[in-house]
Design a protein around this ligand. Structure first.
Ligand SMILES: NC(=O)c1ccc[n+]([C@@H]2O[C@H](COP(=O)([O-])OP(=O)(O)OC[C@H]3O[C@@H](n4cnc5c(N)ncnc54)[C@H](O)[C@@H]3O)[C@@H](O)[C@H]2O)c1
Length: 259
């Protein structure tokens, strides 16, 4: 019996087989969870439905997290299938492409800053606001962050402040939902080649740098992140909330690495 048996997990942010959400979905299904998915737009619908089917799920709902009415409609549709949802995974980020090229001050604009924070951070709180009535005691919320929340990194630019905001969201939501038994955590993943990270210029060099300097001398995979996410959302992690767990082969722990 898996450690997520009888848990119902809603996964927001599946786009491709490279998605971190796919690693998470597979680990959760393997541990016995029932899964439901959202897709951002019609272009992704069929692909997400096929991937959901592979995990035995026939719940795939449209959701653009920029739209409050789509969030409300998604939960209204989900409620027709499930009366409660134990786990909500938020694996979503976006910044306009011009925000991820050049230096921070060269690229950042008022509009780009607002969009990055709206889609990559506020949307986590928006899902919790709209979905909290469906979350029972023992429920868990999880989001995905990156080291750019704490440190400057080339080309990550406005996504750094957006991830810092997301991590603060984790702590404020954990404080508010903890008393009713709902946990809120984040995973800060090392770089992985996905559709989202392809927009960050220099991702290939970043992957090489991590591989040569991280204590484990490798990059992490969506399976590494998926396994950690399954644990964090399970009752095995019942004492953990407001936490950012690093799944980065130890990269963030190294102050200096000299060959
Ligand atoms: N890939 C990495 O190196 C890395 C490292 C650390 C953290 N992360 C984080 O992991 C999460 C998942 O990213 P990924 O790397 O798996 O890439 P991905 O492109 O596979 O996933 C990003 C998802 O965000 C969704 N999305 C974007 N805008 C949306 C909107 N308006 N409404 C609904 N959905 C929207 C996309 O549809 C997609 O499913 C992101 O939060 C990302 O910042 C990624």
């Amino acid at each position: 019996m898996g450690f997520l048996t009888d848990k119902r997990c809603l996964i927001v942010g599946l786009a491709s087989k490279r998605s971190i959400a796919w690693g998470i979905a597979q680990a959760m299904a393997r541990e016995g969870a029932s899964t439901a998915f959202t897709y951002q737009n019609d272009k992704l619908k069929e692909r997400v439905e096929q991937m959901a089917n592979r995990l035995g799920s026939d719940i795939c709902l449209p959701l653009d997290v920029a739209e409050d009415r789509e969030i409300d409609a998604m939960f209204a549709s989900l409620k027709k299938r499930w009366d409660t949802v134990d786990v909500i995974v938020h694996s979503v980020a976006f910044a306009p492409r011009d925000q991820l090229a050049g230096t921070y001050l060269e690229s950042v604009t008022r509009e780009g800053f607002a969009v990055a924070h709206d889609i990559s951070s506020y949307s986590f709180a928006a899902l919790a606001k709209a979905g909290r009535d469906m979350l029972p005691a023992g429920g868990a919320l999880l989001t995905l962050s990156y080291l750019g929340a704490l440190r400057s990194l080339p080309s990550y630019n406005v996504m750094g402040p957006a991830k810092a905001s997301l991590e603060a969201n984790v702590r404020f939501m954990a404080a508010e939902l903890g008393p009713v038994g709902i946990r809120v955590n984040g995973i800060s993943a090392g770089p992985i080649k996905t559709l989202a990270s392809a927009g960050v210029s220099g991702i290939r060099k970043m992957l090489q740098h991590v591989q040569s300097t991280a204590p484990l001398r490798r990059n992490v995979t969506i399976e590494d992140v998926g396994n950690a996410a399954a644990f964090m959302c399970s009752d095995l992690a019942a004492g953990i909330t407001g936490e950012i767990l690093y799944v980065d082969a130890g990269f963030s722990t190294v102050g200096m690495s000299i060959d």
